[in-house]
Design a protein around this ligand. Structure first.
Ligand code: CA
Ligand code: CA
Ligand code: CA
Ligand code: CA
Ligand code: CA
Ligand code: CA
Ligand code: CA
Length: 705
């Protein structure tokens, strides 16, 4: 009742006064007193006796007493002195709250006669309370794009004092964004409003902290403060921004798929989703989309396929960055593809001839172009062939080259060449291309046929059968084909009288010589003529050789008695050899035409019935007339015969002919005889199979029969 009696008891007292006071208050006075709150107990309020005009003891005698409406004993009456004193330290704020003025109503009751005096006690306020904000920190969230002039009502501070001691003003610390406006409420209170004076920018300042001060009207005034934390809320008022408008990057064409070519980076000064950036291609061609890929989060541009410098040397990639609010920015990535040496040189043959005629001066065999799709050193080329060939490469315009002969070629020396054209680039590593050209040297008729010998000596025997093959000549031709096809012919004889064509013929194809008719040694011992060989080419080249046919004698003439006859008797056949008697030798030397008849008499036995007469005709060749053939003298002129006489019985059973030749200088000591052939007796007789006299030629060049 006491603690809470600020309201309800007073109402009841008022009711009481209405019921009773109306009766007793008529004619009564009304005292108005005041006391300042918080004065000490016993403080003097008023001398009630004096104020009521009562005698000194009247208050005592009449039993005066003070009754407050709230039944509280706020005042104490000293009946003896008549002073009305405070009975407690009065707290206006407790007694009246915000009601001002603070009036406490009470009655002064007296008996004898009963009287009621009505009075009121005003508790005067002192400024004993400071303004207090309920929250020491006020958080205010404001969008950064809030318009200037916008006001935000703030919570009031509380000050229990009344009147001027209550809150009279609000202030805020100086700042460039806000000021405080004081507004009046309907209840007559003031409250602060925060007014935006200047546009906010979250990206410049995300928070503001202001101090709001509430001031009362006391003297001195009291104040209370609160912190206003202004959180500036983001709006998407910033687009992403790339760190560079243009990014330059280089990528070797052999970069691996998946490698990072470039990385773009954009920033957004907003916050949250408004700063969440996603990267993507912008306005990208199909080629760029198939070649590159961009990581939407990191901005890394990754290679999807292999680059090829030879196809595309650079790329322009437009990149877009979009924030979560849809604002975007763009940049450009310039990718320069770097060449690597991934192409070997190429050789494009324009014209090619595998054949070149010999003897011709510089001839063009091939015309070709070289190229290398790479660039720089990787595309520079060297073109060469082997060193040791009679060819050269002659460069022409625009990487054209001619493969040429260095000079005349000789097919007969080398008929085929393998030329390797090598083209290498200067890249690292070097790449090369080789092209093989086989060059065939075609023949020109530049070689005459050549006879195997400058002269041929042929033998054979007289009385030959017609068309007898008597020998061959042969010529070779170093040319090829038709140029080497040799045709033989007889050359016209020097002696126009010689009927050569009727004597011999030659096979035009193989050079075989034939005697067309029987030759007669006694008529023609030596036949000399020229043969020619010509190849078919143009111009026709020919050569000649001399053919000498020596006709060999045959015993086709009957004997006759000699170009003197000496007969020598030799002592039988006791010696297997018949040395030429010295006298005969001398004689023969003296007269070479002397013919000796040498008779060898065998020592006759009873059974050895025949004697042998050997007729030896010795013809001494005159050295100064000898025609040496194979080192042996050949009789010139006609020799009438070689005969043969018989023993005393006149029976000629066998004949021998020795032909003795001089082997060197003069002198009989150089004569030699060879062992005659002595036929077996049993083998003699007509029709016997006697060995035909063979012709021998020994190592000394003797010819004997
Ligand atoms: Ca107060
Ligand atoms: Ca106050
Ligand atoms: Ca923003
Ligand atoms: Ca943004
Ligand atoms: Ca290359
Ligand atoms: Ca390349
Ligand atoms: Ca030739």
């Amino acid at each position: 009742m006491e603690a809470g009696g600020l309201c309800c008891p007073r109402q009841r007292q008022v009711l009481f006064l209405v019921l009773f006071g109306g009766i007793y208050l008529a004619g009564s006075g009304f005292g108005q007193y005041s006391v300042t709150e918080e004065t000490e107990r016993g403080s003097f309020v008023v001398n009630l006796a004096k104020d009521l005009g009562l005698g000194d003891q009247e208050l005592v005698t009449r039993g005066a007493r003070v009754v407050f409406d709230d039944n509280e004993h706020h005042l104490l009456l000293d009946s003896h002195t008549g002073d009305l004193l405070t009975n407690e330290q009065l707290d206006r704020e407790k007694l009246c709250g915000s009601t001002e003025p603070c009036m406490l109503y009470f009655q002064i009751l007296m008996n004898n006669p009963f009287q009621i005096y009505r009075a009121e006690l005003r508790v005067r306020d002192i400024n004993d309370h400071s303004p207090v904000f309920q929250d020491k920190e006020i958080v205010l969230k404001i969008l950064e794009n809030t318009a200037e002039g916008t006001s935000f009502q703030l919570e009031r501070a509380q000050d229990s004092d009344g009147g001027l001691n209550g809150i009279q003003n609000y202030t805020i610390n100086p700042n460039s964004f806000f000021y405080v406006k004081i507004s009046d409420s309907d209840e007559g209170m003031i409250y602060p409003e925060l007014v935006l004076d200047k546009a906010l920018d979250r990206e410049k300042q995300q928070e503001l902290s202001l101090t709001l001060t509430a001031l009362d009207g006391g003297s001195p005034p009291r104040s209370g403060t609160a912190t206003i934390r202004i959180v500036i809320l983001d709006i998407n008022d910033n687009a992403p921004e790339f760190s560079q408008a243009i990014y330059h990057t280089q990528a070797p064409e052999n970069s691996q798929v998946g490698s990072i070519i470039a990385k773009v980076s954009a920033e957004d000064v907003d916050s949250g989703v408004y700063a969440d950036i996603s990267y993507s291609f912008f306005d990208a061609s199909e080629d760029i989309r198939t070649t590159f890929q961009i990581n939407p989060y990191s901005g890394e541009i990754v290679l999807r396929v292999l680059l090829d410098f030879e196809i595309v040397k650079s790329y322009k990639i437009k990149i877009q960055a979009v924030d979560g609010g849809g604002l975007s920015a763009r940049c450009m990535v310039l990718v320069e593809v770097l060449d690597t040496n991934d192409n070997p040189p190429e050789l494009i043959m324009s014209s090619l001839s595998n054949h070149v005629a010999e003897n011709s001066p510089e001839s063009i065999l091939a015309v070709f172009k070289i190229k290398d799709r790479d660039s720089g050193e990787n595309g520079k080329m060297l073109c060469y062939i082997q060193d040791n060939l009679p060819f050269l490469l002659r460069p022409s315009v625009e990487n054209f080259y001619m493969l040429m002969t260095e000079g005349a070629l000789d097919r007969e020396s080398k008929a085929e060449y393998n030329v390797t054209i090598t083209v290498t680039d200067l890249g690292s590593p070097r790449l090369k291309t080789e092209h093989n050209v086989t060059v065939m040297v075609s023949d020109v008729n530049d070689n005459a046929p050549a006879f195997t010998q400058t002269s041929y000596t042929l033998f054979v025997r007289e009385n030959n059968s017609p068309a007898l093959h008597i020998g061959s000549v042969s010529a070779t031709d170093r040319d090829a084909g038709a140029n080497a096809q040799v045709t033989y012919s007889l050359l016209p004889p020097q002696d126009p009288q010689l009927p050569l064509a009727s004597l011999v013929s030659i096979n035009a194809d193989n050079g075989q010589l034939f005697a067309l008719r029987a030759l007669d040694y006694e008529a023609l011992r030596v036949l000399e003529f020229g043969v020619g060989a010509v190849a078919r080419g143009s111009p026709a080249l020919s050569s000649q050789a001399l053919v000498r046919v020596l006709v060999l004698d045959a015993n086709d003439n009957s004997p006759f008695v000699l170009v003197t006859l000496h007969v020598l008797l030799v002592d039988g056949f006791s010696q297997p050899y018949l040395p030429l008697p010295e006298a005969a030798a001398d004689a023969a030397q003296a007269d070479p035409l002397t013919v000796y008849l040498v008779i060898a008499l065998a020592s006759v036995s009873s059974l050895f019935l025949f004697s042998v007469l050997a007729f030896v005709a010795v013809r001494l060749c005159r050295r100064n007339r000898a025609a040496w053939v194979g080192g042996c003298s050949v009789p010139e002129g006609h020799f009438p015969g070689h005969l043969v006489d018989v023993s005393g019985t006149g029976t000629l059973s066998q004949s021998y002919q020795y032909e003795v030749c001089l082997t060197g200088g003069s002198g009989t000591s150089e004569f030699k005889f060879l062992k005659p052939i002595v036929p077996n007796i049993q083998a003699q007789g007509p029709g016997s199979n006697s060995e035909e006299n063979p012709t021998f030629r020994n190592s000394f060049g003797f010819t004997f029969q």
